[in-house]
Design a protein around this ligand. Structure first.
Ligand SMILES: Nc1ncnc2c1ncn2[C@@H]1O[C@H](COP(=O)(O)OP(=O)(O)OP(=O)(O)O)[C@@H](O)[C@H]1O
Ligand SMILES: Cc1ncsc1CCO
Length: 517
């Protein structure tokens, strides 16, 4: 009988990464203790005799734990040690040939980069697919025509699911920082996840392979059981406006009730709005920090409740800090709110936003209509600098829900009317005041407010968290605009902060104007 196998955490070995004071077998032993569920021995240069000896030494370890051992490429080595199976690439022996030699009781996996390769491998009887290359690595460079990043992996995976029953992992640059993003992002439209991730250097090159495997295993479990994408998969609920408003008011009540335990909101934001966003965060019940240095992100990240990434005044000097902040946020599963300010105005901004969405992923995109159009690759809405101009989308609800589905995140689109979507439920929000458009940064403050509130429900109900932030700011603006001492934008600005400070969940619930879109 073919052995049972579990693809949750798949280790591919690399002898070149073994330090002088250890053996490959020791590393594999430690990695299995940390949670590796299947091992592939990959040796590109070893002579046959040495390869077989190494395979035997690993087999002692894997057998001890009941973990399957697969041999990369070399069917002869697999036969010599009676391994559990083989993993073959597109340039190796054909799958049909391998199956003929190994028989029905061995596991045969195959590397695929395209939908056509996946389909062919399935038709030839592959037991699982290794879909890659997810991210470029030193050991594997993606071929120029292959699809890049988690979006490309998702496309291959969705096609494979249409072909028939299939099991798969993704491989290429996956590590403890991006595993949850990769697994969330690659879920099929119907929510079916890959079974796990395959890693090389994240474990092989780790100082402590057992600890590295433990973190990776817990990240995979998080993606399977606790992340919002995992819940979306089981409970795709189309919600009523009343229920989501109630939930949003509840979020505001929770944040404002936590005396002394304010959520720490880390901002990598623009120089124009930094001060306003810090004060808005405080007024709403959060605790702001603007810490841009790459060097301090690891120290800070453990205590951060939410991260805002706003590219309004992006410079290349800021990029390493933003990358470090996002990496750390991902490790702790901290919600990330992206404000792609003015992204359409330059290739510089656009390519950084694409990098963010590909390499880290975000929990919320907060953008005006021009920025949403740019993200969708649509020319329906134009920008002038950082402002969206014109009448907006003819079907704004379709635009936000398409963007939400594409990036598996909540989308908040601001403007005269605002729209919020989780890809299944989409709402129009009719609060706010034209005076908001007369001050710079009112959209950035929405991003801050979303981050301040979303942390309490980040992976439970991010739609309610995002809505809470949006309506809190907009209802405060309505109050501020009519206060006696406001005579124009200059006096509106401090009154706006005052009203954020005075806000209560009762006021919000009675004044929210939210409807299904
Ligand atoms: N005419 C309007 N009526 C009501 N509310 C408005 C109006 N214009 C903007 N707003 C509100 O102002 C906030 C910011 O929206 P806007 O689309 O102007 O953001 P933005 O372009 O990102 O702003 P900025 O770049 O200055 O931060 C949202 O909460 C929105 O509801
Ligand atoms: C005016 C301006 N320019 C870059 S960022 C910013 C603030 C509003 O987004």
């Amino acid at each position: 009988m073919k052995p049972d196998f579990n693809l949750t955490l798949y280790l591919v070995t690399d002898s070149g990464m073994v330090p002088a004071d250890k053996t490959l077998a020791q590393i594999v032993d430690e990695a299995i203790q940390g949670g590796v569920t299947i091992v592939q021995l990959r040796e590109k240069t070893a002579d046959t005799g040495a390869f077989i000896a190494l395979a035997r030494s690993l087999q002692k370890v894997t057998k001890n734990y009941g973990v399957p051992l697969l041999i990369n490429d070399r069917i002869d080595v697999a036969l010599a040690i009676d391994a559990d199976g083989v993993h073959i690439g597109q340039d190796d022996m054909s799958l049909v040939e391998a199956r003929r030699i190994l028989g029905p009781n061995k596991i045969i996996g195959m590397s695929v980069q395209t939908a056509a390769e996946a389909e062919a491998a399935m038709c030839d009887g592959a037991d699982y697919l290794g879909i890659g290359v997810c991210f470029d690595t030193e050991t594997k460079q993606i071929s120029t025509d292959a699809l890049r990043g988690p979006a490309g992996v998702r496309q291959v995976w969705e096609h494979a699911l249409e072909v028939g029953p299939v099991r798969a992992v993704t491989i290429g640059g996956v590590n403890e920082y991006n595993a949850v993003h990769v697994l969330d992002y690659t879920r099929s439209a119907k929510g079916v996840p890959l079974e796990g991730v395959a890693v090389v250097s994240a474990i092989m090159a780790a100082e402590d392979p057992c600890a590295a495997a433990k973190v990776l295993r817990s990240q995979v479990s998080f993606a399977m059981e606790r992340s919002w994408a995992s819940k979306q998969a089981t409970a795709y609920v189309d919600r009523s406006a009343a229920s989501v408003c109630q939930a949003a008011a509840g979020v505001v009540a929770r944040v404002r009730a936590t005396d002394g335990a304010r959520p720490l909101v880390q901002h990598m934001t623009n120089a124009v709005v930094m001060n306003d966003c810090a004060n808005a965060c405080l007024a709403l019940g959060g605790s702001p920090i603007m810490a841009p240095a790459a060097e301090e992100q690891a120290d800070l990240a453990r205590n951060v409740s939410a991260l805002v990434v706003n590219i309004g005044t992006l410079t290349s000097a800021q990029i390493p800090g933003i990358r470090a902040a996002m990496r750390c946020a991902r490790l702790y599963n901290t919600p990330i709110v992206l404000d792609p300010v003015g992204m359409g105005i330059s290739t510089f901004r656009k390519s950084f936003v694409y990098e963010i969405l590909r390499d880290y992923g975000v929990h919320v995109i907060k953008a005006n209509a021009g920025e949403v159009a740019s993200l969708l690759g649509s020319d329906e809405v134009s920008m002038q600098g950082v402002d969206s101009i014109g009448a907006g989308f003819s079907d704004p609800a379709a635009a936000v829900s398409a963007l939400s589905r594409r990036h598996r995140c909540i989308v908040v689109m601001t403007g005269r009317a605002d729209y919020v979507s989780d890809g299944t439920s989409t709402f129009a929000v009719r609060n706010g005041h034209p005076m908001q458009a007369c001050i710079s940064g009112s959209g950035c403050m929405v991003g801050t407010a979303v981050a301040t509130f979303i942390q309490t429900v980040a992976h439970e109900d991010p739609l309610a968290g995002a809505l809470a932030g949006l309506v809190a700011v907009n209802v405060a603006a309505e109050h501020a605009a009519v206060s006696a001492d406001v005579r124009g934008p200059g006096t509106f600005r401090p009154a706006f902060i005052d009203e954020m400070h005075r806000l209560s969940d009762d006021i919000l619930l009675s004044e929210m104007r939210v409807e299904r879109a």
